[in-house]
Design a protein around this ligand. Structure first.
Ligand SMILES: CC(C)(COP(=O)(O)OP(=O)(O)OC[C@H]1O[C@@H](n2cnc3c(N)ncnc32)[C@H](O)[C@@H]1OP(=O)(O)O)[C@@H](O)C(=O)NCCC(=O)NCCS
Length: 435
């Protein structure tokens, strides 16, 4: 886990001053005060179009938020904030040896009350988070977004695309497993065992998946159907994939959503995580080969998920690729030095940044060992790009030739190809959770 606790980082004085000019108080929320906790939880629910949280929901939200740095924007004398944001420092896996990671400033619960929108409050929240993270020495920020149009202006780039998949189970022709997979079995789990398996498998599997981050207890409880007030909770079922030694190597939490007017259901995957290809295949086979199923749905799958190659009929698998993990580099040398590369490289990058945090020119040299050495330089650049584009390229999930073709980076075709060879990864980056 990260050494730095975001709760120790003071609020950003610039955003504080700017918002106070509009008679709004920007401050850290004290969740030990029941009135402040209630107001923060209610503002969160309102911002994300949820119903009013009951006492139990507020208590559970308080548990999760207590490990985070929660900021509210308040009109004078109010307990219910007009805007919210929270953040924590978390490891994010980067390309390299298993467990290679970078500390990331994760940002969540960005809401502004409908009565206070479009007057610059979100800008102050986001810029405040980025300045605070940079001042604390955190080299990168990340988030997942409700809309793809909000965060580019602050220097975030979509970096971890994922697939939403829909399998027509009746046309798919089933998943046929290789004979060698015979030692892997699938077993049902009781809810508490499902909860434990979700956390354990994710904690191991994420270490091999650039872009992924740890989950947290409330997330796994929600996936396992153990959060009070979740109407679908009693519909949640879970299974695990077990290897020849009895070890849990994969886990699947799902619901079966009954179809009207026929005896059948849609199989909705809440979370699917696997450490080995055998476990992943076994869990896909469990879902797609399940009796009485019309469709199988899942989201947040890596874009190179083998599913289309597992079924007899690839046309039964529809995949929609969409943006999911957004990154925002704050310290160029720190992030470029933290990952490994797949090919040697020697080039000068000139990075522009609307907030000035990551602005500059650096030479990146990658040797045969795949390690990068980064130096400040005044040499002419080989590539000029915004911090958002560099953030998109960082994990190899977005192609440099594609960004060049889109006019998002300025470089020769040869330079873009060289960046792609070095930054590309064997497996697509992945982020298997929302935050
Ligand atoms: C998205 C949201 C936080 C924006 O808050 P806001 O205070 O109205 O935003 P600001 O007034 O600071 O706007 C800053 C910039 O973002 C733009 N913007 C704001 N909301 C936007 C949206 N939904 N889509 C596209 N652009 C948006 C503004 O036009 C402005 O652009 P500019 O600086 O280039 O002129 C707010 O609408 C909200 O709470 N939405 C519901 C919850 C949600 O979706 N949160 C995001 C979670 S990932």
């Amino acid at each position: 886990m990260a050494d730095l606790d975001a709760r120790d980082v003071p609020v950003d004085p610039t955003s504080q001053e700017r918002l106070s000019a509009s008679r709004l108080e920007y401050r850290v929320v004290d969740l030990s005060d029941p009135a402040q906790l209630r107001g923060f939880a209610r503002a969160d629910a309102r911002g994300f179009l949820d119903k009013e949280p009951d006492d139990e929901t507020i208590r559970v939200m308080g548990e999760m938020m207590s490990g985070r740095r929660n900021i509210g924007v308040y009109a004078p004398g109010a307990d219910l904030p007009v805007a919210t944001v929270d953040s924590w420092v978390t490891p994010m896996t980067v390309p390299g040896d298993a467990g290679a990671h970078l500390d990331m400033w994760a940002i969540s619960i960005v809401t502004v009350a409908a009565t206070h929108r479009r007057r610059g409050i979100a800008r102050n929240l986001l810029e405040g988070e980025l300045r605070a993270a940079a001042s604390a020495g955190v080299p990168i920020a990340g988030l997942t977004a409700t809309e793809a149009t909000i965060y580019g202006r602050y220097g975030f780039g979509p970096a971890i695309p994922v697939s939403r998949v829909r399998v027509d189970a009746r046309r798919a022709g089933g998943v046929t497993l290789p004979a060698a997979d015979g030692a892997t079995t699938v077993e049902y789990l009781e809810p508490e065992a499902l909860l434990a398996a979700l956390g354990e498998v994710h904690e191991r599997a994420r270490l091999d998946r650039p872009g992924d981050i740890p989950g947290w207890p409330l997330r796994w409880r929600r996936m396992a159907g153990l959060v009070p007030g979740d109407e679908r909770s009693r519909a949640v079922r879970g299974v695990r994939a077990v290897d020849a030694d009895g070890g849990t190597r994969g886990v699947l939490a799902y619901t079966l959503d009954e179809l009207p007017d026929e005896f059948g259901a849609d199989f909705a995957i809440r979370h699917l995580d696997a450490e080995t290809p055998e476990a992943l295949r076994a869990l896909w086979a469990f879902a797609v080969n399940h009796d009485l199923i019309r469709t199988v749905h899942a989201d947040l799958r890596p874009i190179d998920d083998p599913l289309p190659w597992l079924v007899a009929n690839q046309r039964a698998v529809q995949t929609t690729v969409h943006d999911h993990g957004w990154l925002r580099i704050l310290d160029v040398p720190a992030v470029l030095g933290a990952r490994s590369y797949r090919a040697p490289l020697d080039l000068v990058l000139r990075v522009s940044d609307p907030l000035g945090l990551a602005e500059g020119s650096w030479r990146l040299r990658v040797g045969q060992d795949g390690k990068g050495v980064i130096d400040v330089t005044t040499d002419a650049p080989d590539v000029e790009l915004g911090v958002d584009a560099l953030s998109s390229l960082y994990l190899g999930g977005v192609s440099a030739p594609t960004l060049r073709a889109a006019g998002r980076i300025s470089a020769s075709a040869e330079t873009a190809a060289a960046i792609q060879n070095a930054f590309g990864t064997a497996a697509a980056p992945a982020l298997t959770i929302w935050y």
